[in-house]
Design a protein around this ligand. Structure first.
Ligand SMILES: [Zn+2]
Ligand SMILES: [Zn+2]
Length: 170
């Protein structure tokens, strides 16, 4: 995700468009591997103000994950936008929020992944209506109700009934 900015360095204040498409290498997020699927996209504009570059970008990436309810393998697509600033690496200080660049090239890779992981949800579900797995037998409840589920409800009801009966007797 390298953008050649030699033109923009000479034309301060003028925005330039860029577009990148390609495959992403696997990453690690929160200790878990993240594998990407298909082609990721990154596009937007960059403008030089005489000292820093401002990059406004829109991005899209798909990755493999599993449904938090039923455990089914699925692909989640994230679309996100971000604005980041880049400064020549010799001017970068440890506590600024700028990304460094060298020469006449901006490498947007780090900014892309930082923003992707900010957008990545903690959990994904295959469908909002996913019923998940039975906590007792592990059956996929999207394929139909298992027998233990009803037994559990019956057990709770009868416990309630005997509780009510106890009260009557007192
Ligand atoms: Zn599911
Ligand atoms: Zn069950």
């Amino acid at each position: 995700m390298i953008v050649s900015v030699n033109e923009a360095l000479r034309r301060v204040g003028e925005p330039f468009p860029f577009a990148w498409e390609g495959e992403l290498t696997p990453q690690t997020f929160g200790g878990d591997p993240v594998r990407f699927v298909g082609t990721a996209k990154l596009s937007g504009t960059y403008v030089y103000d005489g000292k820093t570059f401002r990059v406004d970008a829109e991005a899209e990436a798909s990755y493999e994950t599993t449904c938090a309810r039923c455990g089914k393998a699925m692909v989640e697509t994230l679309s996100f936008a971000f604005t980041e600033h880049f400064v020549r690496s010799i001017y970068k200080t440890p506590d600024d929020e700028l990304y460094p660049y060298e020469g006449e090239r901006l490498d947007l890779t780090e900014a892309f992944f930082d923003n992707l992981f900010l957008e990545m949800p903690m959990t994904t579900v295959c469908s909002e209506s996913c019923k998940g797995l039975c906590p007792v037998c592990g059956a996929d409840l999207n394929r139909g109700q298992c027998s233990c589920q009803t037994q559990k409800i019956d057990a709770r009801l009868s416990a309630l009934e005997s509780l009510l009966n106890d009260h009557k007797e007192v």
